[in-house]
Ligand binder design. Structure first.
Ligand SMILES: C[S@@+](CC[C@H](N)C(=O)[O-])C[C@H]1O[C@@H](n2cnc3c(N)ncnc32)[C@H](O)[C@@H]1O
Length: 272
């Protein structure tokens, strides 16, 4: 973990500062972790990825989707490419267009709050400081492998979008692509994106519409993902906190995806 990232991480619930420490594991190996000794907090770093939430601590629909994504991680990239192709959408074009709309500038510190296998990363400018969080360690493991193959540097975190382990005003750009439709608490996840963004930052959220989710339900194997999932898919425009600026809502790809963007107010601009 770079010193600059160590400077922005905090505990996800108390927002208490953390620092890197070394520990000796039961196996006798030494490893790093993030600690706050005053509050007795300790978060392990496994395979180079800080872990802010363990499977047994996840509740509600998040717990269901953690298992689904952990199990399906090795097949996710293939499934998403084929799925988008069937919907008549080129994944490469979709990701190129999506990243272009993020308006990332050189040196920006960027956060993706459910980075998954990191399929956007190859399209991001190399001169930004990228941070990707996801609640599925297996999705992040695939992401890490791809980063190695593509020579991309980024900091990854196992955590929940509803409880981000970052200090207020840490990022110049925050986005969420796919996943939020089924987060346990969408309002909290959006408030967290706003909290960790600096004043004047662009926030972008995109996911599939109800139309696509219902089509996915008819695919054998995928159908089980949606079992017991009664919540209709409603783009979360009503959940955008009061006072946000330049709110923009669009439907893309023949109504198959919704896209939402806004900016945090500039007067809240916090210095790094
Ligand atoms: C459809 S995938 C999208 C992945 C990636 N953004 C992409 O564009 O391919 C949804 C991702 O959201 C993650 N996820 C689901 N609920 C989450 C939560 N509450 N907090 C963080 N990540 C979550 C899943 O583990 C999965 O990697």
């Amino acid at each position: 973990m770079s010193p600059s990232t160590e400077g922005i991480v905090c505990s996800p619930l108390e927002h208490a500062p953390l620092h890197l420490a070394s520990e000796v594991l039961a196996s006798g190996e030494s490893a790093q972790c993030l600690v706050n000794p005053e509050l007795g907090l300790r978060f392990p770093i496994r395979n180079g990825i800080p872990v802010f939430i363990e499977a047994h601590q996840i509740t509600g629909i998040n717990s269901r989707f953690r298992k689904i994504y952990d199990d399906w991680a090795p097949f996710y990239d293939l499934l998403s490419r084929v799925g988008l192709y069937v919907l008549g959408v080129s994944e490469i074009k979709l990701r190129q267009d999506f990243v272009a709309n993020l308006e990332i500038k050189a040196g920006d510190r960027v956060l993706a709050t459910s980075v998954g296998t990191g399929s956007d990363l190859q399209f991001l400018p190399r001169d930004c400081e990228f941070h990707g969080l996801d609640q599925s360690p297996e999705m992040l493991r695939i992401c890490q492998r791809k980063m190695g193959r593509q020579g991309i540097g980024a900091e990854l975190f196992v955590g929940q979008a509803e409880h981000l382990p970052f200090k207020d005003g840490s990022f110049d750009m925050v986005y969420q692509m796919g996943g939020i439709n089924f987060f346990s608490d969408q309002a909290k996840a959006i408030r967290e994106m706003v909290r960790v963004a600096r004043g004047g930052s662009k926030i972008v959220i995109m996911d599939e519409t109800e139309k696509v989710a219902r089509r996915l339900e008819s695919v054998p194997g995928v159908r089980a993902w949606f079992r017991h999932q009664q919540r209709p898919i409603v783009p979360p425009t009503e959940l955008i906190p009061h006072g946000m600026e330049q709110l923009e809502y669009r439907e893309l790809y023949n109504g198959q995806a919704w896209y939402l963007s806004f900016r945090t107010p500039n007067h809240a601009r916090a210095s790094r």
